[in-house]
Structure formats: structure tokens, C-alpha cells
Design a protein around this ligand. Structure first.
Ligand SMILES: Cc1cc2nc3c(=O)[nH]c(=O)nc-3n(C[C@H](O)[C@H](O)[C@H](O)COP(=O)(O)OP(=O)(O)OC[C@H]3O[C@@H](n4cnc5c(N)ncnc54)[C@H](O)[C@@H]3O)c2cc1C
Length: 298
């Protein structure tokens, strides 16, 4: 297994932000992964780092990246995938196998572990829709356990995995058979929709910054509050989608948090709605960053 010390994590994150991490592990098999979890109970587990803001100040601890846990298998209508398998790859491979249910995954780079933790979704589909069961590492008992979808407490961008006790090792899904042309048409529609509205990864971002409040859209509220014009020297709000922040090149985690608070305040002042961050802050927070984050976490 590759282990890196004092590892600059920035290029592994879709924001292209993040300082040095004391130690980063890249397990390659599920047994390596579980052994490591048993040993390093405090390690932070990350997948594609596409929903996180990693501190520019780094992290003085252990991080496990699942990027090398790439095993997957399609057997009939069942799909078995390790934590690190990327959503877009699964969308493509299941489409080739004539299976429908993962078309929404085509447009964002999440891993199976991150997607299940976040209950990722788009275009009316979510990762939990077709989930059967998961294999988890339980940090309390230090044992591997299996749980059915019904036991995972899924709701909008929420799952049991966010409690921090369980780490996803692999998952089993059951998709539906469909005509290849219908699956491919849906994939193309999803791609086209994103192309017109959202920044590509060439403009470093981490997807939606805030969660949708109940019965509303964060993007709509932010747009009405005028945030599309918010433009800092190193980070700005995306012109075609008010819920995306783009790193202009050398932004720091403090720049992103500063912009987030400006956006948060704009909606709060206009609508008295307090948006909740969807992106997760990882690593050491400076005093200023702590203050900024606290403003948004009442
Ligand atoms: C351009 C772009 C578009 C996006 N569009 C969407 C969208 O349409 N819908 C959507 O839902 N999201 C979207 N996102 C956000 C992001 O891709 C998803 O939230 C995705 O599910 C995160 O997966 P990840 O592997 O990157 O997780 P990470 O960012 O690495 O981690 C996110 C959380 O999951 C936890 N985690 C990761 N792996 C595991 C594991 N094995 N076990 C337990 N916990 C784990 C981490 O600890 C962390 O708390 C978008 C992002 C980008 C950059």
C-alpha cells in the first residue's frame, strides 16, 4: 500500500485547495482497507474529495483515500462496487450492460463511499434508490458489519454514515434492465443539462455549496439575493449557477469560507432563511476560519 508523509492533498481535491497532511494511506484491497481502519481509528476517510473544502493549513493526522479501491462487478442486474469506484465509471459500465438507475452519476466525480455517505443525487435519482445492502466497518466494535438500505437512515443529502461510526467498504445495488438507447439518451440529457449550467472541473469547484432548504432551492434563493456578482480576487460565484463557487486559481480555504458567508448573509438578510453548508470542511481551521464556519452552523 502506498503511504505518503507530509502529503500536499490539494491536487486530489476538486477545489484544488488543501495543505499538507501528516500521513495519507492509499489501500488497494478491501482487506487492506479494513486492517488499516482497525489500526487507525481516528483516520479521516475520503473518496474523490469532491464535496469537501480541505484546509489550506492542512491536517495534522491520518487520512485514508479510497481512490485505489476500484473493484466492481456486474452480475445480471446486480452491481457490486468497492468504496473508491467512481460514479461516472459505474454510469458508463452499467449503461453498456443495459442497466438503468445510475444515469444521474455521469456528471459528478463522487466515489461510491462518498456518494452513499452524502446520499448523492441528481435529475430525480439518488444513490440510495437502487441500493440493496452495504458492507461497513464499525469503528466502535472494530468489526465488519452488513446493513440493509432500510437501516441507513437515508434522507436528502443525509445517511447514517455521516455520524462517523461507520465506513463504507463496499455496496450492492440492483438496477433495472432497459433499452441501451433509452439509457444513453438519459445520460446525454444529464450531461447536456450540466454543461449549460454548472462549471466543469476545469474551473475547480465542489458542486453545490449549500443544501436546498425544505421545499425550495438554494440556487434560486442565492440567485434572487444577487450573489452571482460576488467576485473575490481568488474565488467567485459561478455566473450560471448561484450555488457554485469556483477557485480562480490560487484560492485558500479561507477565501471559500469568506465567500460562503457573504452568500449565506445575502439569503439570510433577504429571506430570513439560514442556508446549511453541503460541503464539508476537513482539516485544521484557523481562528478566522472557525469564526466564519460558526456563522453558518447555528
Ligand atoms: C462538478 C460537481 C458536480 C456535483 N454535482 C453533484 C450532484 O449533482 N449531486 C450531488 O449529490 N453531489 C454533487 N456533487 C458533490 C459530490 O460529488 C458528491 O457529494 C459526492 O457524493 C462526494 O463523493 P466523494 O467521493 O467525492 O466524497 P468526499 O468529498 O471525498 O467525501 C464526502 C464525505 O463522504 C465521506 N466518505 C467518503 N468516503 C467514505 C467511505 N468510504 N465511508 C464513509 N464515508 C465516506 C467523507 O468522510 C466526507 O464526509 C458535485 C461535485 C462536483 C465537483
Amino acid at each position: 500500500m502506498i503511504i505518503k508523509e507530509e502529503f500536499e492533498i490539494k491536487n486530489y481535491t476538486t477545489y484544488k485547495i488543501g495543505g499538507k497532511v501528516k500521513r495519507v494511506y492509499f489501500p488497494e484491497t478491501q482487506s487492506e482497507f479494513t486492517e488499516l481502519l482497525r489500526e487507525k481509528t481516528d483516520a479521516i476517510v475520503l473518496g474523490s474529495c469532491s464535496n469537501i473544502l480541505f484546509s489550506s493549513d492542512g491536517y495534522d493526522g491520518d487520512v485514508i483515500l479510497t481512490t485505489e479501491l476500484k473493484q466492481y462487478e456486474i452480475r445480471g442486474t446486480h452491481v457490486y462496487a468497492s468504496a473508491g469506484v467512481k460514479g461516472p465509471l459505474l454510469a458508463q459500465k452499467t449503461a453498456e450492460a443495459g442497466l438503468s438507475g445510475f444515469e444521474f452519476m455521469i456528471g459528478f466525480p463522487g466515489s461510491v463511499g462518498g456518494d452513499i455517505c452524502m446520499n448523492a443525487g441528481a435529475h430525480g435519482q439518488t444513490i440510495s434508490d437502487k441500493l440493496i445492502q452495504v458492507c461497513l466497518f464499525d469503528k466502535e466494535s472494530k468489526e465488519v458489519v452488513y446493513k440493509k438500505k432500510e437501516e441507513l437512515d437515508f434522507s436528502y443529502r443525509h445517511s447514517l454514515l455521516q455520524g462517523g461510526r461507520y465506513i463504507l467498504i463496499h455496496a450492492e445495488f440492483e438496477l433495472e434492465k432497459a433499452q441501451a438507447q433509452d439509457i444513453n439518451a438519459l445520460i446525454e440529457r444529464n450531461k447536456e443539462f450540466r454543461k449549460n449550467i454548472q462549471p466543469s472541473l476545469a474551473n475547480p469547484n465542489a458542486g453545490s455549496v449549500f443544501k436546498n432548504p425544505e421545499n425550495d432551492s438554494a440556487g434560486r434563493l442565492l440567485d434572487k439575493a444577487g450573489v452571482k456578482s460576488f467576485d473575490l480576487p481568488r474565488a467567485r460565484v459561478w455566473k450560471n449557477h448561484a450555488n457554485f463557487i469556483v477557485n480562480k486559481g490560487d484560492a485558500t480555504s479561507e477565501d471559500i469560507l469568506t465567500l460562503m458567508v457573504m452568500m449565506y448573509n445575502a439569503v439570510k438578510n433577504q429571506y430570513t432563511i439560514e442556508l446549511k453548508p453541503e460541503i464539508i470542511f476537513i482539516g485544521n481551521k484557523t481562528k478566522k476560519e472557525e469564526e466564519l464556519w460558526n456563522i453558518m452552523s447555528h
